[in-house]
Every structure is written in structure tokens, then in C-alpha cells.
Ligand binder design. Structure first.
Ligand SMILES: N[C@@H](CCC(=O)N[C@@H](CS)C(=O)NCC(=O)O)C(=O)O
Length: 211
């Protein structure tokens, strides 16, 4: 398989963790999200993903899969071990809720497009953009902190899709110097997960396109 990725993209980071957990080997094609005005906007990449975002997982048959959560669930379906969603329906809903707070409620507000709109269209200054970024992480993490049950991972001793979403979001928070002292559970889960080889190998700094 081939993953269109960018080392700092937290959505691509999720896909990398899932591929590693499943033991699926893949090649990386780096799409630089800021160089050349953003390589995701090139006609060549637009033909791969009309939404012009990473990650994209290219399958051996040439099909392109988009959206990190869809990619993760696809991997979980074709390669069921280790399972990334609990067998119990109620538990599965709790895990998906945390994954979706991060992937659907926090991350889209702090993504490249909305931040550029704040900067260039609404003329927000650096301090205002940083305050916006911090606000959405803090409010989202308050909910996540209340919902997870560290033990040692977000929902006990098995890694789930909630963990896969949590680690890249904590990486983003640290990158933008968001204080995490109010979230001891999140910090503990993140530390436990980063001990696992699948998470360690997916770190931005370990990617071929890392700067
Ligand atoms: N919901 C999507 C988000 C994908 C996404 O927004 N990726 C970002 C990087 S984290 C991107 O490619 N942004 C490029 C842009 O907005 O121009 C997913 O989970 O895959």
C-alpha cells in the first residue's frame, strides 16, 4: 500500500499508527502542505483526492481511500487483529465518541484551511490565531479527559481508535504550546502509548519527509 502523507499532519499520523498496529507495510509519498503554495492543491494530487487533503491510502488495486477514520476502519475490517474497536456495542460507541470529539470537533477548527481563513480573510493577528487554536483544544480536551478511563490506554489495556486519535492531537497541542497540566489522564495515556513501537514509528520526526 502507499500512504500520501505529511509528517506533521495529525490525520496522516492517525493512519500511520493504524497501519503500524496492523503490521501493514506501506510506502510514503510526501505531500508538503505549505511548500509550492501547498502541494495538495496540485492537479496531480487533486486527481488522487478531490478534497486535496492527506491522508490518502492507495491500495494495491489502485483505489484511493480518503479520510483517516474511514481508512482506519477499512484496515480494521480487512485485518481484524488486533481489533481497534471493542467487540461490545456500548463500549464501541464510547470509543468512537472520543475519537470523533478529536477528529470531528477539535481538529477541523484548527486545520490549515480555517487557520488561513482567520489570518488572511478575517485578518486575525498571530495572538488571536493562537488563542483560537488553544481554545478549541482546551474545550475538547476537557471532554476527553472526563470520558477516558486510563488503564493504561484511553479505554483500558487494549489500544483503540480513541488512542489513535489522541496521540496526534496531543502532538499538535504541544507543538502550539497549549498547557496540558489540566489533563493528567490524557498526558498519562499519551506517554503510555508512545512506548509502543507502532506509535513510536509513526511520530512526525521519524517520517521520511520530516524537517
Ligand atoms: N477529516 C480528515 C482531515 C484531513 C485533513 O484535513 N488533513 C489536513 C492535514 S492534517 C490537510 O491535508 N490539510 C490540507 C489543507 O487544508 O489544505 C481526515 O481525518 O482524514
Amino acid at each position: 500500500m502507499t500512504l500520501y502523507s505529511y509528517f506533521r499532519s495529525s490525520a496522516a499520523y492517525r493512519a500511520r499508527i493504524a497501519l503500524n498496529l496492523k503490521g501493514v507495510s506501506y510506502e510514503t509519498i510526501a505531500i508538503h502542505l505549505t511548500k509550492d503554495g501547498g502541494q495538495q492543491s496540485s492537479p496531480a494530487f487533486r486527481a488522487v483526492n478531490p478534497q486535496m487533503r492527506v491522508p490518502v491510502l492507495k491500495l494495491p488495486n489502485g483505489e484511493n481511500l480518503l479520510q483517516s477514520l474511514a481508512i482506519i476502519e477499512y484496515l480494521d475490517e480487512i485485518q481484524p487483529r488486533p481489533r481497534l474497536l471493542p467487540a461490545d456495542a456500548e463500549e464501541r460507541a464510547h470509543v468512537r465518541a472520543v475519537a470523533q470529539i478529536i477528529a470531528c470537533d477539535i481538529h477541523p477548527l484548527n486545520n490549515v484551511g480555517p487557520l488561513n481563513y482567520l489570518r488572511h480573510v478575517l485578518k486575525a493577528d498571530k495572538a488571536a490565531v493562537e488563542a483560537w487554536y488553544r481554545h478549541w483544544i482546551m474545550t475538547g480536551f476537557e471532554a476527553v479527559e472526563a470520558l477516558i478511563r486510563p488503564g493504561p490506554y484511553a479505554f483500558g489495556p487494549r489500544v483503540t481508535v480513541a488512542d489513535i486519535c489522541l496521540v496526534p492531537q496531543v502532538y499538535n497541542a504541544r507543538r502550539f504550546k497549549v498547557p496540558l497540566d489540566r489533563f493528567p489522564g490524557i498526558v498519562a495515556v499519551d506517554a503510555a502509548l508512545l512506548q509502543l513501537p507502532a506509535f513510536d514509528a509513526a511520530r512526525p520526526e521519524r517520517q521520511p519527509d520530516a524537517e
